[in-house]
Write a protein that binds this ligand. Structure first.
Ligand SMILES: *Cc1c(COP(=O)(O)O)cnc(C)c1O
Length: 415
């Protein structure tokens, strides 16, 4: 018997009414009129708020939630999340500015990244945020800046662990990496930090990203905790923060299912209990990017042309990889797969017969890489219709080459 083809996880986070997808409660055509421009990204405020609430309800209360804002640095989104989560993780002085403007508490901002410039480190110390040290060089710069500003730099050590996160979309720890300091070098770095008089506050471990396997995430958390526990014996001060990383994935492609939080919650509860007895001054932190924002956002483009080439339907839309590199398959994917896609003004309505067809959605750029959907089963669409790419709230506009081919910039709204 033929096995059924894998399908996308249902995008039930968005309702539809009268054939229109609802974003922030607004019918899509109405929203497009309000924005006044396609293409646009729209993030749903209620879904963002709901996601934080669901995580808080699912995970132990002792675990602090940080938002890794590189996933979606739109100021309105960061402003909303800053009021909901426990801290913001930034990776440049530019992101630091957005987080501070959003009203995030500097004590709960941490700054990571492999190539922090001297000027960025100076800004971080002046702002009073925690710097996740990623090299021996940064100790010297921070010591000089601390003396100059008469403010001791708050530092944690980002550890490149001696293990990898299994089944991760992007590995960012283990083996030889540009991120963090190799675990075996950390005792020497801790001695330097003590000698330089920096204010040591904890460890940061981030093994990888986009993981849908709860067991793999639990295993990485266990190993990270054990490594930090060992390294704590060499630390110049008690550990106040232990950032165990994140890596929680969301379903993008056919056959992928939503992450099961229950085993992760049980695992974190066990680690929180051990922390309370063995490292009582320590707060456990997890940092998530796409898990907070990815499912709450859509990318909306309008069909400019409908072409048929040798029997295949192409819907040519007004934006593509210039705004949404991830959905085109060119942001880390090895094999191109389709994001979930809908014709947002032709959503299935009960009792209405919708003609369906196999169609490819391509952008207006003169490159064969500019593909948003390849041979998908979609309601038959015409010029003027709105194509929606789901799971687009993370790694969208800010992760895309907007200047490529000189098309208009995308508009981003929080609804
Ligand atoms: C990118 C990054 C994140 C966020 O990753 P997501 O997959 O979006 O959750 C978290 N921490 C660090 C250190 C990162 O570099």
């Amino acid at each position: 018997p033929a096995r059924p083809l894998p399908t996308h996880a249902p995008m039930t986070q968005f309702a539809a009414a009268d054939g229109q997808l609802l974003i922030g409660g607004l019918p899509l055509e109405h929203l497009a009129a309000r924005v006044g421009h396609t293409p646009c990204y729209a993030d749903d405020r209620a879904l963002l708020t709901g996601r934080v609430g669901e995580l808080r309800a699912a995970l132990p209360a002792a675990v602090k939630l940080h938002y890794a804002m590189k996933a979606n640095p739109m100021p309105a989104v960061v402003g909303l999340l800053a009021g909901l989560v426990d801290g913001i993780d930034v990776a440049s002085a530019g992101e630091l500015k957005i987080a501070l403007d959003a009203g995030a508490d500097p004590h709960e901002i941490s700054f990571a990244g492999p190539g922090k410039r001297d000027g960025e480190l100076r800004q971080a110390v002046a702002a009073g945020v925690l710097v996740n040290l990623e090299s021996f060089r940064e100790v010297g710069v921070l010591a000089a800046v601390s003396a100059e500003l008469d403010m001791p730099a708050r530092v944690a050590v980002r550890v490149n662990p001696d293990f990898e996160l299994k089944g991760s979309g992007m590995k960012m720890g283990g083996g030889a990496k540009q991120f963090g300091v190799d675990a075996e070098e950390v005792p020497r770095l801790l001695a330097d930090i003590g000698a330089a008089g920096l204010q040591f506050e904890g460890f940061h471990l981030f093994a990888g990203s986009q993981n849908l396997k709860a067991e793999a995430i639990c295993e990485a958390q266990q190993k990270s905790w054990a490594l930090a526990r060992r390294l704590a014996d060499c630390a110049p001060a008690p550990i106040r923060f232990l950032n165990l990383g994140g890596g929680f994935g969301i379903p993008y492609f056919p056959g992928e299912q939503r992450l099961d939080l229950a085993p992760i919650s049980a695992n974190l509860a066990e680690l929180a209990a051990r922390t309370a007895t063995e490292m009582p001054a320590t707060e456990l932190v997890i940092e998530l990017g796409r898990y907070f924002v990815g499912e709450a956002g859509v990318y909306v483009t309008r069909v400019i042309d409908r072409k048929i080439s040798r029997g295949q339907v192409f819907l040519v839309v007004d934006g593509g990889l210039n705004h949404h590199l991830s959905a085109s398959g060119n942001f880390g994917q090895v094999i191109r797969k389709n994001y979930p896609v809908a014709i947002g003004n032709r959503m299935e309505a009960t009792g209405r017969e919708t003609e369906r067809e196999s169609a490819s959605v391509v952008g207006p750029l003169c490159t064969p890489l500019d593909v948003l959907a390849e041979r998908m089963d979609l309601p038959a669409a015409q010029p003027g219709d709105l194509v929606v790419i789901f799971q687009s709230g993370a790694y969208g506009a800010s992760a895309s080459p907007q200047a490529f081919l000189g098309h208009p910039a995308v508009v981003e709204v929080l609804v």
